[in-house]
Design a protein around this ligand. Structure first.
Ligand code: AMP
Ligand code: ZN
Length: 470
C-alpha cells in the first residue's frame, strides 16, 4: 500500500515495523464541548484506514487520545462553575456517542492526558538530563535549537521561523513565557494558576504542555517508534513538529515512520468558526441526516484534499448511498426467493473479483476512498443490470457478500439496521396493515402521516410494505 508521507512529501510503500502488525496514533479532540463536523473528518478517515488494514489481515493497535486538560476546558468549567474534570468527562462520553453514530470503532486504547501525568514527568526529567529542556520559575521549556532536525515535518527552517517572529516580546509577556531562553522554545510543564487543576512535580505544582501528552501516550501504548501518526493538517506545525522534537530527543529513535494528515473541512466554502455563526456539531447534523450519509460524504473525497460541506454534496451523498442500499435490498429479496443454482452462476460469479481488484487498487493508492466508492458503484450497476427475480440464490448471495465486505471497509452498513427507530417503525407498519385489513382506512392514513412526520416514507410493493428514511 502506498501512503503519502508528510515527512517526505511523497507517496511511499507502507512497510510495517513488525510484519502483520500496525500501530496507529491519531491526535484526538480537546473535550470542552460537542465535537464539530470538522473533528469528524479525521475520525472517519483514519477509522477507515484502520478497517482497511484489518481487511488486509493486519493486527491493528489504534490509539487515539482525549486531551482532557487544557485552557479551553478550564474556561468552560469556570463559566459553568463546575470542576474541569466534570466538563472533560461529560464531553468524552458525548464524543463516544457521536463516534458510535458515525460507526467509528472505539480505539484499542483511548488514553486521557490526566491519567498519564507520572509518565509525562518522567519524560521531562529525561529531557532535562540530556540538556534538551530547562526549568525557569516552575515552567519547564524544551530547548528547541538543541534538536537539530527541528522543522523536518513542516519543512520550515529556523531562519524562516526567526523572520516570521514579530511582536513576540508582547505575546510572551501575556502568556507568561517571557523567561524562556529562545522564542522557539515551547512549554513542557506549566505552573498552576489559581483555580486550575494541578499535579505535583519536581518543578512545583502544575500541568503538562499539550504537545508532551501525545509523545508520552503514543510511546506508552504503541512504542518508541510508531508506524503511522495521523491528524488534521493544522496539527503539522507546531504540534507534530514539537512531538517529534521531544520524542526523538528523549528516546534517540525515529518517532513515527509515516505521517498522514487530513485536509480541512469547510462549510459553504468558509472556514467554520463560532464567530461566523456557521459552526456545526456532529449532533446538529445527525439530527438532520442519517449519520451514514455523513460518513459516505466524507469518504467520497480523497482525505488529503479540502472538503466543502454544503447541502448539494450531502444530497448527492444521500442519493449515492441510497443506490447502494437499494441494490443490497434487491439482493436480499432475491436471496429470500431461494431460486436454485443455474448455469449462469459461474459466469456471474467469475466477474466479481474485478470489483474487489479495483477497490483494493484505489485503497492501496493512499487510501483513495473516492475511487474505491466508484468500484462499489460499478458493482451496484453490475447487480442492477445482471440480477433479477429469477437469479439464483448462490449468485445473489455471492454479490451480497462482496458488497457487504467492501462497504464494510468503509464503515457503511448495508444490512437492515435494527436500531430502536426500526422496531418502532416496524410496529407502526404492522399496526397500519392491521387497520387496512379491518378497512379502517382513516386510521391507516393517520399512521402513514405519523411515519411521514418521523421522516419515514412507505412504499407498497409486491413484496410487501417497504420503508425508507427521507
Ligand atoms: P482539536 O479538538 O481542535 O484538537 O481537533 C481534533 C482533531 O480534529 C484534530 O486532528 C484536528 O486537526 C481535526 N480538525 C479540527 N478542525 C477540523 C476541520 N475543520 N476539518 C478537518 N479536521 C479538523
Ligand atoms: Zn497530538
Amino acid at each position: 500500500m502506498q501512503i503519502y508521507n508528510t515527512l517526505s512529501r511523497k507517496k511511499e510503500e507502507f512497510v510495517p515495523i513488525n510484519p502483520g502488525k500496525v500501530g496507529i496514533y491519531v491526535c484526538g479532540p480537546t473535550v470542552y464541548g460537542l465535537i464539530h463536523i470538522g473533528n469528524a473528518r479525521p475520525m472517519i478517515v483514519f477509522d477507515t484506514l484502520r478497517r482497511y488494514f484489518e481487511y488486509k489481515g493486519y493486527e491493528v493497535n489504534y490509539v487515539s487520545n482525549f486531551t482532557d486538560v487544557d485552557d479551553k476546558i478550564i474556561n468552560r468549567a469556570n463559566q459553568e462553575n463546575v470542576a474541569a474534570s466534570y466538563i472533560s468527562e461529560k464531553y468524552i462520553e458525548e464524543c463516544k456517542k457521536d463516534m458510535e453514530a458515525l460507526n467509528v470503532k472505539p480505539a484499542t486504547v483511548h488514553p486521557q492526558a490526566t491519567l498519564e501525568i507520572p509518565d509525562m514527568i518522567e519524560m521531562i526529567k529525561v529531557l532535562i538530563e540530556k540538556g534538551h529542556a530547562y526549568e525557569k520559575n516552575g515552567t519547564v521549556y524544551f530547548r528547541t535549537r538543541s534538536f537539530k532536525d527541528y522543522g523536518k515535518l513542516s519543512h520550515k527552517n529556523i531562519d524562516e521561523l526567526e523572520s516570521g517572529h514579530r511582536d513576540e516580546e508582547h505575546s510572551l509577556k501575556v502568556s507568561g513565557e517571557d523567561e524562556k531562553e529562545d522564542f522557539l522554545d515551547f512549554v513542557l510543564w506549566k505552573p498552576k494558576k489559581e483555580g486550575e487543576p494541578y499535579w505535583e512535580s519536581p518543578w512545583g505544582d502544575g500541568r503538562p504542555g499539550w504537545h508532551l501528552e501525545c509523545s508520552v501516550m503514543s510511546k506508552k501504548y504503541i512504542g518508541g517508534t510508531i508506524d503511522i501518526h495521523a491528524g488534521g493538517e493544522d496539527l503539522i506545525f507546531p504540534h507534530h513538529e514539537n512531538e517529534i522534537a521531544q520524542s526523538e530527543a528523549a528516546n534517540d529513535t525515529t518517532f513515527a515512520r509515516y505521517w498522514m494528515h487530513n485536509g480541512f473541512l469547510k462549510i459553504n466554502n468558509e472556514k467554520m468558526s463560532k464567530s461566523l455563526g456557521n459552526f456545526k456539531t456532529v449532533r446538529d447534523i445527525t439530527a438532520q441526516y442519517d449519520p451514514q450519509i455523513i460518513r459516505f460524504f466524507m469518504l467520497q473525497a480523497q482525505y488529503r484534499g479540502p472538503l466543502n460541506f454544503s447541502d448539494e454534496p450531502i444530497e448527492s451523498a444521500k442519493n449515492g448511498l441510497e443506490r447502494i442500499l437499494t441494490a443490497a435490498e434487491k439482493l436480499r429479496d432475491i436471496i429470500a426467493k431461494d431460486n436454485p443454482d443455474s448455469d449462469k452462476d459461474t459466469e456471474f460469479i467469475a466477474e466479481l473479483p474485478k470489483f474487489t481488484e479495483k477497490f483494493e487498487a484505489a485503497m492501496d493508492d493512499d487510501l483513495n476512498t473516492a475511487d474505491a466508492i466508484t468500484a462499489i458503484f460499478d458493482l451496484v450497476r453490475y447487480v442492477n443490470t445482471t440480477c433479477n427475480e429469477d437469479s439464483s440464490k448462490s449468485s445473489a448471495a455471492a454479490a451480497y457478500e462482496l458488497l457487504e465486505k467492501l462497504t464494510g471497509v468503509l464503515g457503511i452498513k448495508i444490512d437492515k439496521a435494527e436500531d430502536s427507530l426500526d422496531s418502532e417503525v416496524e410496529a407502526l407498519i404492522e399496526e397500519r396493515q392491521a387497520a387496512r385489513k379491518a378497512k379502517d382506512f382513516a386510521k391507516a392514513d393517520e399512521i402513514r402521516d405519523k411515519l411521514l412526520s418521523m421522516g419515514i416514507e412507505l412504499k407498497d410493493t409486491r413484496e410487501g410494505v417497504k420503508w425508507k428514511r427521507i
